[in-house]
Design a protein around this ligand. Sequence first.
Ligand code: UFG
Length: 324
Amino acid sequence: MNILVTGGAGYIGSHMARYILRRKLRPVILDNLVYGHKESLPPRIKFYRGDIADQKLVSKIIRQEKIEAVMHFSAYAYVGESVTNPRKYYENNFSKTQKLLDTLLDNNVAHFIFSSTCATYGAPDTKKISEKLPQNPINPYGFTKLAVEKMLADYSQAYGLRYAALRYFNAAGADDDGAIGEAHAPETHLIPLALQSILNPEKQLKIFGADYPTPDGTCVRDYVHVYDLAAAHLQALDYIARRKTSDCFNLGSENGYSVREIISACEKASGLKVNCQETGRRAGDPAYLVADSGKAHKILGWQTSYDLEKIIATAWQWEKHRRY
Ligand code: UFG
């Protein structure tokens, strides 16, 4: 099967491309390299540099490469920036995704896997987040992802598009052999920043808020390995294709770890101290986000295979030797 991976040079997309290859399927990558890294592409991969909204280019790729399904990773994901510069997010994450979807429909590509997010739930007042909870995002990033989910539902109803919306919790970790990993510029995520502060103690890690209503006062998140996310994408594709249906799934480990617990886990993995300091809260951070992934377990047969220790071991391996 030929699968177009948009944003395939980005963090999650590049792991997805490798995972598809391992499963003896064929990824074709489309990435504009605004945030992606050419170095993350697997050798001899078919790569197109360009824009998802370029309908001529996408049509050409679909025809030439005989694309049967699309996994759509290309999106901006800086929550803070989405508040200060929402037009960038509505344009890229929503408007361009509509152009992409229209091109797929015009070229009879009917299978679509969408990178959605737990940020579409906002700040729910509950222990574990299931798909039954209302989606009330609290920032433009979350709204753009939710808007695409709504568009997918309408397109599916009207045009027969089959899709899965996969709502990731906190994607983390890296390739087991250290070939690729997380490389955002700027980096804002906790695990890479904690590990970087170990390698370079001048880069002090700020703990954003220690007065949350959580056991140790710091925010709790559900960290899930990128290859476990990748596995869910292929399972979801198989499911929507075989059952001729569409659905949404929460993807998390169902375990919550506080910022302090992550720092301790990074110190354990490296045998070194994280240079950190408590500061005030970061705007827009919910206190507690942990998945109920029962639906993905039951319907897709999805299970995670990386626990927190393994996630951080792969991230540490990557940070120590990173190539880009
Ligand atoms: N944190 C710190 N210091 C830092 C960075 C993060 O204390 O320097 C804390 C945050 O306040 C948060 C936790 O660590 O409590 C995790 O923060 P991340 O930035 O690593 O990830 P987020 O939880 O903000 O991720 C969220 C959603 C994702 C979404 C992502 C977009 O959980 O679904 O934002 O980047 F995709």
